[in-house]
Design a protein around this ligand. Structure first.
Ligand code: FRU
Length: 300
């Protein structure tokens, strides 16, 4: 439901009074694509941490468990609850676009985080430039391979925009090096276990693999483990994306020499909370906020 100009004005004066059923509080619905992956757990933790500074806001979390239909239902549920703002990190773009559009057109401010939807029916998109990250990975790979070698590219969930962009950026960068060939490019849906079994097939099919480029660190680690099990890990390099801190994260894997490099992919959790606060105060926010990245190699 779109609010009248008077309601909007009244909200600007006294935000708390505009809360819905939940005891007069302002409610933010946060629809997460899944919580099975460490990077998404980190995103939720970042949101929860930033939210501590705003006790006047109530965050309601939903976990779609990698299921598009479930995420559509989560957002519909938020619409029924009449949340004051929606934050969504969509599982896949096409199936989530209509419900996000419906929320936005009903007058609910929408923040899209990390993965994109189609079109621009949202208030703000926050995320890093995945094409640029893919390009940076391609340039790094071309450099360490000296412009020559066999690559296995392990892809994320095809309908999620970072998988498309990380592939296109990477391929654009290595196109300048005819000595580099992608010999195998399976989909492993962002998951370590799927990457492990895809890498087992790659290893049986190809006696010479010089480098594995995986669209995220868990898949790079899965590929590494498969290669190690065959005693071939030291004959190739592994490159991932995410660069999470912590024992299981990509940073430590690089410092310990399992991955040759990773590229930081910020979760945007804090920025989402900051933008939500501004939007609810009726401040103008940019339509797109592009977060930075950083290449991590041993010693960097
Ligand atoms: C987690 C994740 C990250 C990746 C991001 C892309 O679900 O797979 O590892 O960088 O999603 O959206």
């Amino acid at each position: 439901m779109r609010r009248s100009r008077w309601q909007v004005l009244a909200c600007a004066v006294l935000l708390a009074a505009c809360g819905k059923e939940q005891g007069g509080r302002t409610v933010i619905g946060f629809s997460q694509a899944n919580l099975g992956e460490p990077w998404r757990v980190a995103m939720n933790a970042e949101v929860a941490e930033a939210a501590k500074a705003h006790p006047e806001l109530e965050f309601v979390y939903a976990d779609a468990q990698q299921d598009n239909a479930r995420q559509v239902a989560d957002v519909e549920n938020f619409l029924r609850q009449k949340v004051d703002l929606l934050i969504i990190s969509p599982n896949e773009a096409t199936p989530l676009t209509p419900v996000v559009k419906r929320a936005f057109e009903a007058g609910i401010p929408v923040i899209v985080l990390d993965r994109e939807i189609e079109g621009d029916s949202y208030t703000t998109f926050i995320g890093a430039d995945n094409r640029a990250i893919g390009r940076a990975a391609g340039e790094y790979v071309a450099q360490v391979l000296g412009g020559k070698g066999n690559i296995v590219e392990i892809k994320g969930l095809p309908g999620s925009t970072p998988a498309r962009d990380r592939s296109e950026g990477f391929r654009a960068a290595i196109a300048a090096f005819p000595g580099i060939t992608i010999i195998h490019d399976p989909v492993a849906n962002w998951l370590r276990e799927e990457a492990m079994s895809q890498m087992e097939s790659a290893l049986s099919a190809h006696p010479k693999i010089d480098l594995v480029y995986a669209h995220n660190d868990p898949m790079a680690m899965g590929a590494y483990l498969a290669a190690r099990a065959k005693g071939r890990d030291s004959t190739m390099r592994f490159v991932g994306i995410d660069g999470l801190p912590g024992l299981d994260g990509g940073r430590v894997a690089v410092q310990e020499g399992r991955l040759a490099a990773t590229f930081v992919y910020p979760t945007g959790g804090k920025e989402a909370v900051d933008m939500a606060v501004k939007i609810l105060r009726h401040e103008t926010v940019p339509h797109r906020i592009t977060l930075g990245t950083e290449r991590i190699t041993k010693g960097s």
